[in-house]
Write a protein that binds this ligand. Sequence first.
Ligand code: SF4
Length: 656
Amino acid sequence: MERQPQSALHPSDFSLLVTWFCYIGVTWTSHSMKILLINPKFPESYWSLKWAMDNFLPKKRSVNSPLGLATVAALCPDDWDVEIVDENIETIPLRPDADIIGVCGMGVQFERQKELLSYFKRKGYYVVAGGSQASLCPEDYAAFTHTVISGEAEYIWPEFCRDYRAGSPKPLYRETGNVSLADSPVPRFDLLDLKKYRAVSLQFSRGCPYRCEFCDIIVMFGRRPRTKPLRQIEKELDELRKQGVRSAFFVDDNLIGHKKHAKSLLRLIADYETRHHSGFRFGTEASLNVAADNELLSLFRGANFEWVFIGIESPNEGSLKETGKTQNMNQDMLASVRKIYSYGIDVLGGFIIGFDNDTTDIFEKQNEFIEESGILMSMIGLLTAIPKTPLYERLKKEDRLLLDAGSADNSKLRTNFIPKRMTYRELIDGYRALHHSLFSDHSISKRVRNKVRYFKRSDLKTEFTLSENLWMLRQFIERGLLPGGLSRIARFLSSFPWRKPRLIPMVISSWIMGLSMRDYMDRHFVGEFKRDDKRVRRYVTKMKQIFEHRRHKGGLVVTMREFANKAAAVRISMNGRVQEASFKSIGSLIEHLMQKTRSSVTLHIAEFPKEHLEPLARLLERLSRYGDRIHIQMDRRSRRIVPVDSSVFNLGLQRK
Ligand code: SF4
């Protein structure tokens, strides 16, 4: 594979859960156990494709479904009452009817996972942590969980359930061997609201035969690929078909880790389609050597795989060698990508910058490679040392780790080690400049042209109806093309597949992906905040003046915090009674702030009177489109009466 998209659940999220014991003296057998499994909200990353989802798929709330939780749910005893809440599509219940609460999480979710676990533990629930972060670093959870599930869940989760029933759950369950995937149950897809996901996750294999130095997959799952029996995959497809799913994502880190088994899977899927006409279309992750096997590529095409994510990492041969990415060496990587296109399969690419062999010319080399390859979904990350990986151990020995820096998200303007052949500043500045170059209209257009040149026409029928397609086309023109002015329209037309009209949908969706990543970058990869901060300061002064006006007198206070190299944050405190007219003023001021600056806002609500609920609900409705930049903090009493959708806003759950 390759590095897992952050919005797809990691296979190791299969770990989770729970039991509790005799807090309240209930006899274990006296009632059916109730367990709530939670997938915490992901912080926005360019994997979220927020702009594309908001503008083109308004009925979808998240890119991928939480497969790990659905699998853990299937491992629960039959007489347990299991519920799944995915905070990426729905709000967290603050007082759920449950005995046990299990919260999973990848590294990027750790902060929210910790907040949820701490909150529910304080409220008296038995809490269990699982997921890839708990698998790698179970020691980080001791302070705020009752039990940690570390590693694949298939054997240790039922063991935990037995212990829980017996009233003696342990603080740590650790999987030490390799689980046979023949023992993995069909996930409880029925517990998920599948229509809210762009693609539904399923899994065929775990483990990867390669040994990339930075990779945590092989630390967790080993190097011997293990696969599910084909009859089980068929059952899973049956389930998805029953629920009307069309788009699915095999989350395997390298679907072709065991090529022979992968070919059998692809034959099965093609045969399944012939028998059922289910209209499934798939995406997955695989290593670049997929391009060397014509039969494999034909099978992918025959099984309706539309795209594959490939860890290309670097055009710099020295960097590939250094990191052990041998499968990408000694080959023409551009030719490999183009060959995959020639089978009508799109390529999403993972790239990494910051290897010891990278000097400042790497930015230009990556830029050139990515443009030539035509890869629009180019997920470029800074090399980051994930704990327990060989890279982490090496950098630790070399005393190059920046221990205070996080290692969870490699797509932000930071990393957690000292680079070797350039300064940290050069690395960050070069990384930002590379994104600015790649997501210009010029570069998007050039990449689309380079893809169209090699892409075989697609025979796949669109999954959308004619009216949905026409609506999306209008959205694309209004929200995507026109705001870029004449120059963007010209760039778009120069990338239009005049001679291959069947590629028009692919070209438009490539532009949408490019513009979506650019939207993310514009909001997050900002170099100079000073001018922006001045503007925020002006707004804050204006707010203060308005709030001090007689009409708005009440418990309203506004403050601003400035940070180094980060957008400013504004805090509005509503303490007690506030004039009703003030809600309107707050709404328009925050809306302006959101539109004109990159500031975030914290709305602090305390001593909230019930009669304010309606104007507050209207205010939140108005602000919901900016929810990812709005944090809501409430005191305990207000939290009980004010309904806030935590899948829209960042709802703070800290002790107040
Ligand atoms: S070892 Fe390399 S090829 Fe295998 S999953 Fe990890 S990064 Fe991908």
